[in-house]
Design a protein around this ligand. Structure first.
Ligand SMILES: NC(=O)c1ccc[n+]([C@@H]2O[C@H](COP(=O)([O-])OP(=O)(O)OC[C@H]3O[C@@H](n4cnc5c(N)ncnc54)[C@H](OP(=O)(O)O)[C@@H]3O)[C@@H](O)[C@H]2O)c1
Length: 229
């Protein structure tokens, strides 16, 4: 079959770029799917990966990307839905957060992974054992739900629900779908005060991307261990 083929959305920087690096080091052919071509090409060079433009909030961009993947590779083994936004650090619903903030966040953090997975599913089904990894957050936990960053929390909880629905719909097909928290990671989103390196943040994603056939599906993980929903 040759090398495994992976797509990492938002692979141009932060945790996504590190996932690309670790996957290429393991011999996986990686496509960085990112918005800015200049940054994406430069990132692809440092990670030994390929690049194609993708804005996960734009359906036409997703369609064009899927068509390119079909023509270029004809198959997909690993999809990491890593692209995400956090724009509501200072917001509170009770202070009148504009619903547009939630709409914009859902567009990237929920509808993005849903549409990208749908578009690439025909290629994932051609793999003997495809893996989808959704980059969620510990802030998505219903069991630990609290105040602050409401749009981000709601979008990532919804992403976790999407993970379980997809995993159930794909049960028995060989396509496994899991969601994960990378911990608090030093990136543009996580900030300089974060406790983890990108290497630590990427580790569980790479582990889920390369799960063996008897590995889990429909789970929520941090540090390679199942965590509460
Ligand atoms: N850092 C943390 O502590 C932490 C904790 C929990 C979860 N996470 C999750 O980890 C993932 C990666 O975050 P990060 O920490 O590496 O943050 P980051 O450095 O801010 O990276 C975010 C990535 O998402 C991309 N992106 C945003 N909107 C996009 C769109 N519409 N289409 C395509 N790509 C888009 C960005 O691309 P551009 O360069 O084009 O903006 C960038 O590559 C996110 O899903 C985040 O929610 C991070």
């Amino acid at each position: 079959m040759g090398s495994l083929i992976a797509v990492v959305t938002g692979g141009n920087r932060g945790i996504g770029l590190e996932i690309c690096r670790q996957l290429t080091q393991k011999g996986v052919k990686v496509v960085i799917a990112a918005r800015d071509a200049a940054e994406g090409v430069a990132a692809a060079r440092t990670a030994g990966a390929d690049f194609h433009a993708l804005d996960v909030s734009v359906p036409a961009s997703i369609e064009a990307f899927a068509a390119w993947m079909q023509e270029r590779h004809g198959r997909l083994d690993i999809l990491v839905n890593n692209a995400g936004v956090l724009t509501d650090r200072a917001e509170r619903i009770i202070d009148g957060m504009d619903a547009a903030v939630l709409e914009r966040t859902l567009l990237v953090n929920l509808f993005g992974p849903m549409r990208v997975t749908q578009a690439l599913l025909p290629l994932l089904r051609k793999s003997p054992g495809a893996r989808v990894v959704n980059m969620s957050s510990i802030l998505a936990q219903l069991s630990g739900m609290g105040a602050g960053t409401p749009a981000y929390r709601i979008s990532k909880t919804a992403l976790n629900a999407l993970t379980r629905v997809l995993a159930a719909e794909l049960e028995g097909t060989g396509v496994k779908v899991n969601t994960m928290s990378p911990g608090w990671v030093r990136t543009r989103m996580g900030g300089e005060g974060a406790t983890r390196t990108v290497e630590e943040g990427a580790d569980t994603a790479v582990w889920l991307a390369l799960l063996p056939d008897d590995g889990p599906t429909g789970g929520f993980f941090q540090d390679r261990k199942q965590v509460a929903w």
